[in-house]
Design a protein. Structure first.
Ligand SMILES: O=C(O)c1cc(C(=O)O)c2c(n1)C(=O)C(=O)c1cc(C(=O)O)[nH]c1-2
Ligand SMILES: [Ca+2]
Length: 704
């Protein structure tokens, strides 16, 4: 027995039953290529909506649904699970783990969920409050549920853990990580026995602050190799150091290794985090472990000295690639930092790397070691000067999955350009509970303030499909989109690519040249990746619809340049003989702003801005302009009265909807300052917003 079990064998031999989509990336190689070809270049123009299912949350939907024997298992926002008849869209059962609403602000980037895992009759998924849940796949009944965050990792309010990534299963072990490095976290992954939910092993990705054993699989490599790459007294010893494994986590049956994509530093500021010293292993790295024990095998660090939120958590894909006349089994990786890496999957040896998007932080990679050749100005925590970085914190590519077609030999990356202004916090590092703790000046970071710089920033925003030739390490072609933050990509045997866009359109493209062959008005922004499957022998293509994730939260109004839709979350599925027609019509220009109160106290608005940017902007949008997911507070009824506002912000009147209470962070005067600031912003922007509703796009002429 090789320990794979029937499900492991079925996933390894996924192409023997191509009608299923059994694991996050369809196969263990996570290529998101399906050999199905009933739908192909010659007939995709006739694709029609087969069914749609309205979801019970209108927020970001990032899930990859699994499909097993005609049943779809979809996870949706707020960590909910739905089992759906994949031929008809009929709901078979649903499971709501009742994640408490007040924890939404413990995560950086919307209460999303990226998907489930299947093993031996059970489906598994993580919850935003840190649980891992196993359900009976037939009935939806709970089999077991565990808290994946041990109390010793939490360390009181300094640290913050959330789970939104899809678990993966290797040889009967369910492996799951977590997020939280924007707040304070020490990254780790845990392997649980799929049958019982018992902890099998745990691996921390950054050292123990005292260099003591954690009694975890990571002890020896952290104490002998990683600890030496950190300063002994930096802020990491209190904040956790980061390195959260919040997205990619892959088992490769060819090498029999588990790969972790490790995240950014916590706090981001390297000068505060590690006193400007050391490479800080294993931040920004891929780490390979043995599936049975969690024992360290190798690592490759893509971003030493991270200070840009350059996570290496982006999708880890393996493939067999001819290199210098020899076929090698490699990892291909397009992390946030903008370089496309080819790494030997067995040994971690760096084979080659090339920037796949424009980058200004490094001039290239050392051809031998793969270490970035830094632009000294990019090391802003050491220079003490602002840095306008490309890629920025959202990366050249984020969680939206890329795909590979063995027929074209191309990797298709949902690439983007989103700059970020990195500005140091002055006067030392001061963490706040319930807010981002980056060691950066939250009033200045991200988007530049002056109107000219803001216009330049908007011009710099880009989103496109990048068809990348990994053998040549070069672009083959691209398909430009309206702006950043589009969905993941599916490649099929019909020589097609499928992708949903931030504009609310769903497209099929020719995989050989990018020609646009089909589009459908899905009406709401799409950030999730499509899947394809067979039900009753017929091919379907399905995707979750729902605008959200970090981009519209943080960029707020500027995110509208990618397309502006009213958020209506659904699962939609297409077939060649679909009979559902177009989706019901809705008002796609957004709601009219409500005329705000005219009086505000201009002596309070500066502090209101400061408090807003510290506690509110990461969800409700930079400078109080909403991005179309959560309420745009300029038009909120609660800003009309100090008591109403305090009830929501101070006392938590809306915790059930995800709005935490902030009376532990701010006093009543500070909260009232925010209200004064919001009224000011509402007055400044009211006419511009009314006029914008008269444009075809609904986007104001002068965005900033
Ligand atoms: O450092 C972290 O722990 C962490 C966690 C997450 C998350 O859990 O979603 C994201 C990020 N970082 C991040 O940097 C990022 O760009 C991001 C985008 C998204 C999203 O779902 O839209 N999550 C996250
Ligand atoms: Ca991060």
């Amino acid at each position: 027995d090789d320990g794979q079990g029937a499900t492991g064998e079925a996933i390894i031999h996924a192409d023997d039953h191509p009608g299923n989509w059994m694991t996050y990336g369809r196969t263990y190689s996570e290529q998101r290529y399906s050999p199905l070809d009933q739908i192909n270049r010659s007939n995709v123009g006739n694709l029609k909506l087969a069914w749609y299912l309205d979801l019970d949350t209108n927020r970001g939907q990032e899930g990859t649904p699994l499909v097993i024997d005609g049943v779809m298992y979809a996870t949706t926002n707020w960590s909910m699970m739905k089992a759906v008849d994949a031929a008809t869209g009929k709901l078979l059962w649903s499971y709501d783990p009742r994640v408490p609403g007040n924890i939404a602000d413990k995560g950086c980037c919307d209460t999303v969920n990226r998907g489930a895992a299947y093993w031996n009759g059970k489906v598994y998924f993580g919850t935003f409050d840190g649980r891992l849940i196993a359900l009976d796949a037939k009935t939806g009944k709970l089999v077991w549920s565990v808290n994946t965050i041990p109390p010793e990792a939490e360390l009181g309010k300094q640290r913050s853990y959330t789970v939104d990534g899809a678990p993966r299963i290797a040889k009967g072990r369910v492996i799951i990580g977590n997020g939280g490095s924007e707040f304070g976290a020490r990254g780790f992954v845990t392997a649980f026995d799929a049958e019982t939910g018992k902890v099998d092993w745990r691996f921390f990705t950054v050292p123990n602050p005292k260099n003591e054993p954690d009694h975890a699989a990571s002890d020896s490599v952290l104490m002998n190799k990683a600890y030496q790459t950190w300063s002994p007294t930096g802020a990491w010893t209190r904040q956790g150091g980061g390195g959260t494994v919040w997205d990619s986590l892959v088992y490769d049956p060819v090498t029999d290794l588990v790969y972790l994509g490790v995240g950014n530093g916590s706090p981001w500021n390297y000068k505060y985090r590690s006193e400007g010293k050391g490479d800080n292993l294993f931040l920004g790295s891929i780490v390979a472990l043995k599936p049975e024990t969690g024992e360290y095998v190798w690592h490759f660090q893509e971003t030493p000295m991270d200070q840009w939120d350059f996570t290496s958590v982006q999708q880890i894909m393996t493939l067999d690639l001819p290199i210098n006349g020899e076929t090698r089994h490699v990892i291909v990786h397009a992390p946030k930092n903008g370089f496309f890496y080819i790494i030997d999957a067995k040994t971690g040896e760096f084979i080659s790397g090339k920037n796949y998007v424009y980058v200004n932080w490094a001039s290239g990679l050392d051809p031998k070691t793969g270490r970035p050749i830094y632009n000294p100005d990019a090391l802003y925590t050491l220079t003490g000067k602002d840095w306008y970085g490309i890629p920025g914190d959202l990366g050249g590519h984020n969680f939206a999955a890329m795909a590979f077609s063995p027929k074209t030999g191309l990797v298709y990356i949902p690439a983007q350009q989103v700059p970020f202004l990195y500005t140091n916090q002055v006067g030392g590092f001061t963490p706040h509970p319930d807010s981002w703790n980056l060691g950066l000046d939250m009033n200045k970071v991200g988007i530049p303030d002056s109107p000219e710089a803001k216009q330049a920033f908007v011009k710099d925003l880009k989103g496109y499909i990048l068809a990348w030739d990994p053998q040549k390490q070069a672009e083959a072609w691209r398909v430009e989109h309206k702006g950043p933050w589009n969905g993941g990509i599916l490649a099929t045997g019909g020589d097609l690519l499928f992708q949903g866009l931030a504009t609310g359109e769903f497209h099929a493209y020719d995989a050989t040249n990018g020609s646009d062959l089909f589009h459908f008005a899905a009406d709401s922004g799409i950030i999730a990746p499509p899947v394809t499957y067979l039900a009753n022998g017929k091919q379907y293509v399905a995707v979750e619809v729902g605008w959200g994730g970090i981009y519209p939260f943080f960029l707020g109004g500027l995110a509208r340049t990618s397309g502006w839709t009213v958020n209506h979350s659904r699962i939609i599925a297409f077939s060649l003989d679909g009979k559902s027609g177009p989706l019901p019509k809705q008002n796609d220009q957004g709601f009219l702003p409500v005329k705000p109160p005219t009086q505000f106290d201009s002596k309070r608005t500066d502090n209101g801005y400061f408090q807003f940017q510290t506690y509110c902007a990461a969800c409700h949008g930079d400078n109080a302009e909403g991005g179309g997911v959560l309420p745009d507070l300029r038009w909120s009824g609660s800003i009309r009265h100090d008591d109403a506002f305090y009830n929501v912000v101070g006392r938590g009147a809306l915790t059930a909807y995800g709005m935490d209470r902030f009376d532990g962070n701010m006093n009543p005067t500070e909260i009232e300052d925010i209200r004064q600031f919001l009224i000011k912003r509402a007055n400044e922007t009211y006419q511009r917003e009314v006029d914008a509703r008269k444009n075809a796009d609904g986007i104001p002429e002068q965005l900033p």
